[in-house]
Design a protein around this ligand. Structure first.
Ligand code: PLP
Ligand code: TYF
Length: 397
């Protein structure tokens, strides 16, 4: 049956980790995959997560099935985090939230939902975007087009180009937007720019699909949700795919959610019945453990405070690493890398070419994505000098 099956290429980012793991050089550094590492190069187990896990273990419960759309306490806490504690939309019952298998699961369930319910097959994603966006929407049956986003020469957003491309989209098309900490570039919109984009989307009848996988990693929980809060105030329908993989350091627990905003509670209920049918036909219901951890932390005032503090520490550490890297590159006369400090979140489009990235790997055992994307959160005070020296060497040519 499988004699003629072709080998397809693997995920380039996850493939980098395999190559890194197989590298025997002791000074190796993995700046490829988007994972937050602590000063010791480890994925942190947050104190708040550890504490809730202990509490839950003492009061261990049977593991029945969750409802199709997940743990209610998790879904409600997620809505509040995304839309705000006092959101009039939540009050009005306009938002339906479903726990999903990670942010990736939310993207896929959302894509399956929209291809069924909307009168379009087009989704526009930023150029560049997280590679899985194209793959997931394509697999759901969408034609994936892109809109201008990044200006490589200025190492920042090409806002005029973005607006021009969004204006060209056919009415009713879906537009995928990164709420904050753009993956892969680190270039985000200002609040002013978000207002212009939101107006344009509304005026042109475009459907926003917001992806938020790094809430709290740039400015703060509330600030990083600005785009969602803005759209929520504009009397529009839209969806949000969210993830706790990074903000709770719970990558393997697959904790995400899909939230759909409808015009009123009646529509929200009907849409939710469709979401549940989609989930039922893929995996029936999500898993219990990760959701219990997140809901336990978010719904306990003390643990929530601990978590917010830990998130702040992660965010501030990334800011310090950005500043540290720029300072060292500057001192080494490597050229102007000050843009790294203006970029947001875990990632930076470093401006390094594929050839320079190859040299980093071959000569220094430093792994970055071929596009020049580096994960700033994989730097540490221990490897910063080594990485800065290597980058300066390849940048000088
Ligand atoms: N969206 C973006 C932009 C991401 O970078 C990621 C990262 O993994 C995801 C979604 C998916 O998150 P998850 O790991 O929870 O599936
Ligand atoms: O962009 C990244 O590195 C993260 C992790 O198929 C990731 O979002 C990368 C590729 C992938 C799944 C997760």
């Amino acid at each position: 049956f499988f004699a003629n099956v072709e080998q397809v290429p693997g995920d380039p980012i996850l493939g980098l980790t395999e190559a890194y793991n197989a590298d025997a050089r002791p000074n190796k550094v993995n700046l490829g995959v988007g994972i937050y590492y602590d000063e010791n190069g480890r994925i942190p187990l947050l104190r708040a997560v550890y504490q809730i896990e202990q509490q839950l273990a003492l009061d261990a419960k049977p593991r029945g099935y969750l409802p199709i759309d997940g743990l209610a306490a998790y879904d409600q806490a997620t809505q509040k985090l995304l839309f705000g504690e006092q959101s009039p939309l939540l009050e009005a019952g306009r938002v339906s939230t479903s726990q999903t298998i990670g942010g990736s699961g939310a993207l896929r369930v959302g894509a399956d939902l929209l291809i069924k319910l909307l009168d379009t097959r087009t989704v526009a994603i930023s150029n560049p975007s997280w590679e899985n966006h194209r793959a997931v929407f394509g697999a759901a049956g969408f034609d994936v087009v892109d809109y201008t986003y990044f200006d490589a020469a200025r190492h920042g957003l090409d806002f005029e180009g973005m607006l021009a491309d969004l204006r060209k989209l056919e009415r009713g098309s879906v537009v995928l937007l990164h709420a904050c900490c753009h993956n892969p570039t680190g270039a985000d919109l200002t609040q002013e720019q978000w207002r212009v984009v939101a107006e344009l989307l509304k005026e042109r009848g475009l459907f926003p699909f917001v992806d938020i996988a790094y809430q709290g990693f740039d400015k703060g929980i509330e600030e990083d949700a600005y785009a969602i809060r803005l759209l929520a105030g504009m009397d529009m329908d839209f969806v949000v795919a969210s993830s706790y993989s990074k903000s709770f350091s719970l990558y393997g627990e697959r904790v995400g959610a899909l939230s759909v905003v409808s015009a009123d509670a009646k529509q929200a209920k009907a849409v939710q019945s469709q979401v549940k049918r989609i989930i039922r036909t893929i995996y029936s219901s999500p898993s219990t453990h990760g959701a219990a951890l997140v809901a336990g932390v978010l719904n306990s005032p003390e643990l929530r405070q601990t978590w917010e503090q830990e998130l702040t520490e992660m965010r501030e550490r990334i800011h310090a690493l950005r500043a540290g890297l720029v300072g060292k590159l500057n001192a080494l006369g490597a050229g102007d890398f000050s843009f790294i400090e203006r970029q947001a979140g875990m990632f930076s489009y470093s401006g390094l070419s594929r050839a320079q990235v190859d040299r980093l790997r071959d000569e220094f055992a430093i792994y970055a994505v071929g596009t020049g994307r580096i994960c700033v959160a994989a730097l540490s005070q221990k490897n910063l000098d080594y990485v800065a020296n290597a980058v300066a060497t390849v940048a000088r040519g």
